[in-house]
Design a protein around this ligand. Structure first.
Ligand SMILES: *Cc1c(COP(=O)(O)O)cnc(C)c1O
Length: 376
C-alpha cells in the first residue's frame, strides 16, 4: 500500500488507484482545446479495442456515475413502441427495471433470487412468448452479491430471438474479457471508476454503431441523450455536449495506459482471479465462509456470511478494519447477513493476505469466536 493513501478501498468502485492516475489530474484542461479533445478520441478508440477488433462498434462517454450511463442507454435506444425485458437477480438488475418504470418504458421483469443464477430456459420461454419485447437487459457481474451472470448465453438467446441486447458490464468490463461479437452485445455499459481503475466522474457505452445511428430522436431526456452525445463526439472530434470532467478524463487515459502496461484485460483478469481466490482461501482458513459457490462467484467482489457469534458487530468490525487501513463494504442482500470485500483496483495478493491477517486480529480483539476454522 502506498504510504500517502489513508486506506485501501476494498469496494467495487470508487477503488484504490495508482499514484500516477491521481497525478494525471494535476493539470487543468480546456474542454475546447484540441489536445483535450484528441485525448477523448483516443479513449473512445481504446475502449472499443478492449471489446472488439471489429469496426462496427463505437464508444460514447457520458458525464455522471455509472447509473447515468445506464439511464442514458435505456432512455435513448428503445423506441416508443418497444418493450424491455430486464433479467434481474440483484439490486443493479432491479435498478435497470426501476429506470424503465421511471421513464414509462413498457417492461417485463424476470426476477430471480439474489443467490440464484438466471434460468436460461425461462428466459428463452419468455422471449418466445412475448413478441412485443424488442430489447433485453441484464447485469454481467451482479455487484450485490458478486455473482457472475451468464452474459454470453443470454446474449445468444437474445440474438436468436432477434432482440437488441444491453449489458450492464459496469463492474466487469476491463477486469473480465468480453467480446461484443461473441456475447452478441449491442450496448455495453461501464464506468471510469471500476476495472479500468480510473476515478469517478463519467460512464461509457460501447455500441453497435449501425444500431446506435438508428436511435436519433428517441431519447426521453436532453442531457442523457446517448445518440446526441455520440453524434457530437463523433463529428466534432471528441467534444462532449456540456461541461465534461476534464481531470477525470485525463486520469482515465492514464489508467488505460496502465491497463496496457499490465498486459491488457487478460492479465488484469488473472490478477483479480488470484486476489479473489487468495481472499477466499485465507478467509476459509479462519472459518469465514463465502455466500456463493465457486462456480457462480466473480473475481470482482465476494460476499461473506457474518461469523455466527453474538460478539460480532459489523459497524465495530468495519471501524476497526478501517483503522488498520482497510475499507470493506456492507452486504446488500435480504436473505442473509453478509459483508462484502472487493478485490479490484490497485490491489495485489500480498494486500489480501495482510487484510485477512488484520481481519483475524480484529475478530480476536472483538472476542468473536468462529466455528470450524481449518487452522488454530
Ligand atoms: C457500480 C455499478 C453500477 C453503477 O453505479 P453508480 O453508483 O451509479 O456508479 C451499475 N451496475 C453495476 C453492476 C455496478 O457494479
Amino acid at each position: 500500500m502506498d504510504a500517502d493513501i489513508p486506506y485501501l478501498l476494498l469496494t467495487p468502485g470508487p477503488l484504490t488507484t495508482t499514484r500516477s492516475v491521481r497525478e494525471a489530474m494535476l493539470a487543468d484542461y480546456s474542454t475546447w482545446d484540441v489536445d483535450y479533445n484528441q485525448r477523448v478520441m483516443e479513449i473512445r478508440e481504446r475502449l472499443v479495442r478492449l471489446a472488439t477488433d471489429s469496426d462496427d462498434y463505437t464508444a460514447v462517454l457520458m458525464q455522471g456515475s455509472g447509473t447515468f450511463s445506464v439511464e442514458a442507454t435505456i432512455g435513448s435506444v428503445i423506441p416508443p413502441d418497444g418493450k424491455l425485458l430486464v433479467i434481474s437477480n440483484g439490486a443493479y438488475g432491479s435498478r435497470i427495471a426501476q429506470i424503465a418504470r421511471c421513464l414509462k418504458i413498457p417492461l417485463q421483469e424476470l426476477s430471480f433470487s439474489e443467490t440464484e443464477p438466471p434460468d436460461l430456459l425461462q428466459i428463452r420461454a419468455t422471449l418466445g412468448a412475448d413478441s412485443d419485447i424488442t430489447h433485453v437487459a441484464m447485469v454481467h457481474c451482479e455487484t450485490t452479491t458478486g455473482m457472475i451472470n451468464a452474459a454470453q448465453e443470454v446474449g445468444k438467446l437474445a440474438h436468436a430471438a432477434g432482440k437488441d441486447y444491453i449489458l450492464d458490464a459496469m463492474s466487469s468490463f476491463g477486469g473480465i474479457p468480453i467480446s461484443m461479437e461473441d456475447f452478441h452485445v449491442d450496448y455495453l455499459i461501464s464506468s471510469a471508476n471500476k476495472c479500468i481503475q480510473g476515478v469517478p466522474g463519467f460512464g461509457f457505452v460501447i455500441a453497435n454503431q449501425q444500431k446506435l445511428e438508428q436511435t436519433k430522436g428517441l431519447a426521453r431526456s436532453l442531457s442523457l441523450d446517448l445518440y446526441d452525445q455520440w453524434y457530437e463526439m463523433e463529428h466534432k472530434g471528441g467534444k462532449w455536449r456540456y461541461t465534461s470532467p476534464t481531470h477525470v478524463v485525463n486520469a482515465f487515459l492514464q489508467a488505460l495506459e496502465e491497463l496496457d502496461e499490465e498486459g491488457g484485460v487478460s492479465a488484469r483478469h488473472a490478477r483479480y482471479l488470484e486476489n479473489q481466490s487468495t481472499l477466499v482461501t485465507e478467509m476459509q482458513k479462519r472459518g469465514l465462509q463465502p455466500l456463493l459457490p465457486r462456480e457462480l462467484q466473480s473475481p470482482i467482489i465476494t460476499s461473506f456470511y457474518y461469523p455466527e457469534c453474538p460478539a460480532f458487530q459489523f459497524n465495530q468490525f468495519y471501524d476497526e478494519l478501517k483503522q488498520r487501513r482497510y475499507v470493506i463494504y456492507p452486504g446488500k442482500i435480504s436473505q442473509a447477513d453478509t459483508f462484502r470485500i472487493g478485490n479490484i483496483g490497485h490491489v495485489y495478493p500480498a494486500d489480501i493476505i495482510d487484510l485477512v491477517e488484520q481481519i483475524e486480529q480484529t475478530l480476536n480483539g472483538m472476542g468473536v469466536r468462529v466455528e470450524n476454522p481449518s487452522i488454530h
